[in-house]
Design a binder for this molecule. Structure first.
Ligand code: KE4
Length: 429
């Protein structure tokens, strides 16, 4: 049994001054039982908690740590920037270089604005789309999560889905009325909503490969079909690539599936582990953004030198080392294949969805293709599997409705330790 005493006492203290004892709900282990572990540091493929336990990390800060933890390339860049002060609130060279880099890497982005989180990026993107089109409504997919801005907490995924509050209290009816929801992987549903709201829909936003109802892949032709419908109805197509951007490929899901959205939102990897979000797209649309245009959006720490240094160092490394993607994608394939065969061997009803270095083990005997099928998963069985893996030193996302992320630091030896622990966990179910 893991020694968890320091984490336990920290959690008791945390609950006094932080709602639920955590600064982001999904970290609270509520969905998998037990109390959260408090991490003290991390290096490479491993996390170390306050009780000295070591874990293979399959969350990697929910995506950003694509090279593993404390990679020297990022660390050196941050140290160098820190000595010059972390923030000025004035334009800097790094912001110019970062914008040039992002625009060169993401096919759909001609102009980009830096913000401080994925939520800010998606919130700003729909405001710009509304300002550009003069329309009010947006379409989102059931189960997709785009951060915690009001417009998105309707049929939301991630923690909202995990805690069974896909529609959050506090979101007004007025806001909710402007958010239309449809099932993922269903083009007819989108066509129907568009025909019922002619000239009223500003944008359609989705995760092109969903991570926030667990990993769910677009079916053949789906993304291409959305592109066509948005063109027909003059709707701004927004790919929320906060998770998939620079994760599935250097150019994200839009490169993998060769579908160009009108706007893209980014986060996580773009900041190298520091708080960065970004939104961008066609120059014609982005020229609406203040001070170039009338749509207002601002941020004290947007593009700050420290975060830009971390993000630029990571993106530059990824651009210069394409072999990273080959390694993490092959590792994702291997783990998915082995998990499927282990489930079969032990007669456990489970399916695995995997795209590149993102995957989810669903405890379900139906193929998970949308919110409805994702909700059929056995979350209790997932919780048991999670705890068995944790006891054996493997740290999974503490929710059935999240994705796991492979880092470059996860070597073949580490993969063997993951699969050995998984096999034992299936046996114990
Ligand atoms: P942040 O505001 O958390 O930086 O980004 C929001 C966001 C937007 N879009 C997508 C596709 C996302 O996955 C996210 C955030 N992802 C979750 C993990 N499912 C963050 C983890 C958390 O909420 O603690």
């Amino acid at each position: 049994m893991l020694n968890r005493s320091n984490s336990q006492s920290l959690f008791e203290r945390a609950k006094k001054n932080i709602p639920g004892g955590v600064n982001s709900p999904v970290r609270a282990f509520r969905a998998v039982g037990g109390n959260p572990l408090f991490m003290s540091h991390a290096k490479g493929a491993y996390l170390f908690d306050e009780d000295g336990n070591r874990f293979v990390d399959l969350i990697n800060s929910w995506g950003p740590m694509i090279l593993g933890h404390a990679h020297p390339v990022v660390e050196e860049a941050v140290k160098k920037a820190l000595s010059g002060s972390p923030s000025f609130g004035a334009p800097t060279r790094r912001e110019v270089e970062m914008a040039e880099l992002v625009c060169s890497l993401v096919p759909s982005i001609e102009q980009v604005r830096m913000v401080n989180s994925g939520t800010e990026a998606t919130m700003a993107a729909i405001r710009v789309a509304r300002g550009y089109t003069g329309r009010d409504k947006i379409i989102k997919m059931e189960g997709c999560y785009h951060g915690h801005a009001d417009s998105f907490l309707i049929a939301a995924g991630s923690g909202a889905m995990t805690f069974g509050v896909p529609d959050s209290p506090g979101v007004t009816k007025g806001v909710a009325n402007d958010t239309l929801t449809v099932p993922f992987n269903n083009l007819n549903a989108v066509e129907k909503v568009l025909s019922e709201n002619v000239n009223q829909v500003a944008a359609l936003i989705l995760e092109p490969v969903v991570g926030n109802m667990g990993c769910v892949l677009p079916q053949a032709g789906y993304l291409q079909g959305l592109r066509k419908l948005c063109d027909q109805h003059k709707v701004v197509l927004i790919f929320d690539e906060v998770m998939t951007g620079f994760r599935l490929a250097l150019g994200g899901a839009q490169q993998v599936f060769d579908v160009k959205p009108d706007m893209t939102t980014l986060g996580k990897i773009v900041g190298g582990g520091l708080p960065v979000g970004a939104y961008g797209g066609k120059k014609e649309i982005m020229s609406c953004v203040s001070p170039a245009g009338p749509v207002y959006q601002a941020g004290t720490l947007s593009g700050n030198p420290l975060a830009m240094a971390a993000g630029m160092a990571l993106l530059t490394y990824l651009k210069e080392h394409p072999e990273v993607y080959q390694h993490i994608n092959q590792t994702g394939e291997k783990i998915a294949k082995e998990l499927r065969s282990q489930a079969r061997e032990f007669g456990v009803k489970a399916t695995v969805n995997q795209q590149g270095s993102m995957f989810t083990l669903f405890f379900s005997d139906v193929q998970v293709v949308n919110y409805e099928t994702a909700k059929k998963a056995d979350t209790t069985l997932f919780g048991n599997y999670f705890q068995h893996m944790l006891e054996q030193g493997i740290y999974l996302a503490p929710s059935q409705f999240e994705a796991m992320f492979i880092s470059e630091a996860i070597s073949n030896e580490v993969v063997d330790s993951i699969l050995t622990a998984s096999r034992e966990s299936f046996k114990r179910l």
